[in-house]
Write a new protein. Structure first.
Length: 255
């Protein structure tokens, strides 16, 4: 139902008939209502009652949805694994308060450009120990303190996007590199307070998104390091091939 501009709350109206539209939501596992701006929290309240099997819920760019509706979803649907509330301007930190109830199944949170910050990260850290993906682009309330809490508690995290979170510094990068052994992707693009020295702590992270920080030198360093690793891998491969050919030749001489 992505971008169905004419979809309204009336489509989810509850009635007592056997053929109520909500009966079809009982076994629903994935739902995408992105861009359906006519929908409000009333829809989320109904979904919370009828969609207990929901695993993936995308409601990005829904301007009529607020923290109240998101709370209803997180309180009621314990099977939820992934939630996307990106670009929902009325979603604040309070939306994620239910995570304190230990939502172990929730592994992926996408909340770009929402009015959230360190409080949301603290909720994730305390209630979602198995979190794997956190995307909080343009969330200006995110600072080193929130990232540090996340890093110290969510050791299974694999991907973090905190690009354009202007208060993030080297302290956050250092905390992630030390505590998150499964981390594979870190995006700190446009985080002007992250420096070249800070990224040196994160060399173990195997996949960087394109970086843009406070100096051109930093971008060049990331590119140079990636090129160096590629050249080293190619050289190693060539050496193995040469050694293999050499061993093969010696074998033929012996025969």
């Amino acid at each position: 139902m992505d971008d169905c501009k004419s979809l309204t709350d009336a489509a989810f109206h509850q009635d007592m008939s056997l053929f109520s539209p909500l009966n079809g939501l009982l076994c629903l596992e994935e739902l995408d209502i992105s861009g359906c701006n006519q929908l409000t929290d009333r829809v989320l309240t109904q979904l919370a009652k009828f969609s207990s099997e929901l695993r993936v819920f995308v409601m990005a760019r829904c301007k009529g949805i607020s923290s109240v509706g998101v709370q209803d979803i997180l309180y009621a649907i314990t099977s939820l694994e992934s939630i996307n509330v990106s670009f929902c301007p009325r979603v604040t930190d309070e939306a994620f308060d239910p995570l304190l109830m230990k939502r172990g199944s929730l592994q992926h949170i996408y909340a770009d450009n929402c009015n959230i910050g360190d409080k949301t990260l603290s909720y994730i850290a305390r209630g979602c120990k198995h979190m794997r993906t956190v995307t909080l682009r343009w969330c200006h309330g995110v600072t080193d303190e929130g990232v540090r809490l996340l890093a110290h508690s969510c050791h299974e995290i694999e991907s973090i996007d905190i690009s354009s979170c202007y208060e993030v510094t080297d302290t956050a990068v250092n905390a992630l590199s030390k505590s998150c052994k499964s981390l594979r992707t870190l995006d700190v693009s446009f985080c002007s307070k992250v420096t070249l020295q800070g990224l040196e702590h994160a060399e173990k992270i195997k996949s960087f998104a394109n970086m843009w920080c406070n100096t051109k030198e930093l971008n060049a360093s990331v590119v140079d390091r990636a090129d160096s690793e590629k050249v080293a891998a190619e050289n190693e491969k060539s050496e193995r091939e040469v050694q293999s050919d050499h061993n093969f030749g010696r074998g033929q001489e012996t025969e």
